[in-house]
Ligand binder design. Structure first.
Ligand code: MSP
Length: 506
């Protein structure tokens, strides 16, 4: 039987600066979803990459004194290095300067044109280079010094030029019907409500080409124009699916930040409808992560290099922290002390302690041989019940993309298992009843095995080490192996601590 498929994407980042924690957050959370789905029996395709055309990149390249292609070739490297450092399991890292992507975008344009949705006109209005977005006068806000700013607080400039337009206004009813029929299209609910209200307020046609610079994909048949960078960028999801009729399309999930939800839930489905293509199933808009609650900015000097954080704390501590501390869908904050405190509590004292105490007792008292389980007594029944509830909550939360709730559920299982161990005090039984001690250790190791299997999407590297120590064979590490305990009599390797406590100056 063939596996069900799951196609998941991140937004593609602008490589006009170094990657920051917001980028790390998005690729980590999406990687957690991709890994979860693989362990759950899906055939997964995971796409991430960089958004390399448009005025913003053109200007940054000029400021750096480099031709734009040479500039992006250089700037993409730290994004790829960050993905490697974070253990991101993508199937393709797409760059919008890739040849197959350019061809796809032009073909998409031609389908939209054939549907009668593109016409030549003149754009007169506001544009934010920072957001690469057009804004209506009514959307602008006043800055401190009275200048006009975009709703995201970025500078806008008055722009007048010949432009191709997309008949977005004609899609208002179809978009509202989409939201009505598929409320799961935009998640979480707060973003759904915001986007529905935006569309219900009326849509203007969208300028989809520019003539005042050349760094973009040429419009087929009118090469004085390059395509609007968001049309180019959104189409990356089709390129990554294998083309206009790609085998992976439609996407099951686009994970994007809250600031780009509008592009993914208004423009993108309208472009796809125009081209006669199926729509993605869900766009999930996550919140922003802020350094000690403050927006990261070069002028505040609080832009943190996520690669340095990986170096300092270890990849799995950072991954764990980002998923545990920040409710997925809401904004969150990070700081060095919060990372130390959180990971010491959950990993050193929680999961690590559970694994190390039981494994080292097996090594010391039983020669590292996996013990035999006994008849379930009252405390084993309680442990089993806690695990059934915990595991059900974990799967429900993961399937609802509530990553933080899945980790609450996992921690409830850790607490139950540590409680079972403390209550049955195998270290005391070592002196009075070795058979019972062995049974308690067997039950604790099996509880640990289940927890570690479920933790894999969040901390792939340290869970692999723990599963080695627990004697779990490679083919029993996915969720189909959850109910298969390690056979009694198996020789376990020598245990070694995986989550030592850390301090602020470590
Ligand atoms: N290039 C566009 C996306 C095109 S997708 C077809 C873009 N790039 S970006 O580099 O500015 O942002 C990339 C992703 O990171 C976006 O989903 C954005 O919301 C997200 N984040 C940017 N800053 C962030 C935080 N501070 N926190 C979390 N995510 C953040 O937008």
């Amino acid at each position: 039987m063939s596996k069900p498929r799951f196609y998941v994407t991140t937004a593609i980042a602008y490589p006009n600066g170094r990657p920051h924690m917001g980028h790390a957050y998005e690729v980590v959370t999406t990687d957690v979803v991709a890994r979860f789905k693989r362990l759950d029996g899906f055939d997964v395709r995971f796409l991430t990459g960089t958004d390399e055309h448009g005025l913003k990149i053109d200007q940054a390249a000029r400021a750096a004194g480099k031709p734009p292609k040479a500039y992006v070739d250089e700037m993409v490297a730290p994004f790829q290095a960050l993905d490697a450092a974070l253990g991101i399991s993508f199937d393709r890292f797409i760059r919008t300067t890739d040849t197959d992507h350019k061809a796809l975008v032009q073909a998409l344009w031609q389908r939209m044109a054939a549907n009668g949705d593109l016409y030549l006109g003149r754009y007169e209005g506001w544009y934010s280079v920072r957001d690469e977005a057009y804004y209506d006068e009514g959307e602008l806000v006043a800055g401190d010094d009275g200048t006009k700013l975009s709703p995201q607080g970025t500078p806008v400039e008055w722009t007048v030029e010949e432009s191709w337009f997309f008949k977005l206004s004609a899609y208002q009813d179809r978009l509202l019907a989409l939201y009505e029929a598929h409320p799961e299209y935009i998640q979480p609910l707060s973003r759904f409500n915001e986007m529905r209200a935006f569309v219900a307020g009326g849509l203007s046609d969208l300028s989809v080409s520019r003539t005042s610079f050349t760094w973009g994909i040429p419009v087929p048949g009118d090469e004085r124009h390059v395509m609007y960078v968001w049309l180019d960028a959104l189409a990356n999801y089709l390129t990554g699916a294998g083309g206009l009729d790609g085998e992976w399309w439609p996407a099951d999930l686009h994970v994007v930040g809250k600031d780009v939800v509008r592009f993914h839930t208004v423009y993108w489905p309208a472009f796809l409808m125009s081209a006669g293509l199926p729509l993605p199933k869900t766009v999930f808009g996550h919140g922003h992560v802020l350094n000690r609650g403050e927006k990261m900015s070069k002028s505040l000097g609080n832009v943190v290099d996520p690669a340095a954080m990986v170096e300092r704390f270890g990849v799995d501590r950072l991954r764990w922290f980002l998923c545990r501390e920040v409710a997925f869908g809401e904004d969150g904050s990070y700081s060095d002390d919060a990372i130390v405190e959180r990971t010491n509590a959950d990993l050193a004292n929680g999961i690590g302690n559970l694994a190390q105490r039981s494994l080292s007792m097996v090594a010391k008292n039983l020669g590292g041989v996996m013990p035999v389980r006994g008849e379930a007594g009252e405390s084993e029944v309680r442990l089993k019940e806690a695990f059934m509830a915990g595991s059900e909550a974990y799967f429900a939360a993961m399937n609802a993309l509530a990553l933080h709730k899945a980790l609450d559920a996992l921690m409830s299982m850790v607490t139950a298992a540590n409680g079972y161990f403390a209550e049955n005090a195998p270290w005391a039984l070592a002196k009075t009843d070795v058979t019972r001690m062995a049974e308690v250790l067997a039950a604790t190791l099996d509880a640990t095995r289940r927890i570690v299997i479920l933790t894999q999407p969040f901390m792939p590297s340290s869970t692999a080490q723990l599963l080695d120590q627990l004697g779990v064979s490679a083919e029993l590490r996915d969720f189909s192996g959850l109910n298969t305990p390690v056979a009694a009599g198996a020789q376990l390797p020598a245990p070694a601590g995986v989550f030592p406590r850390i301090t602020l100056d470590s």
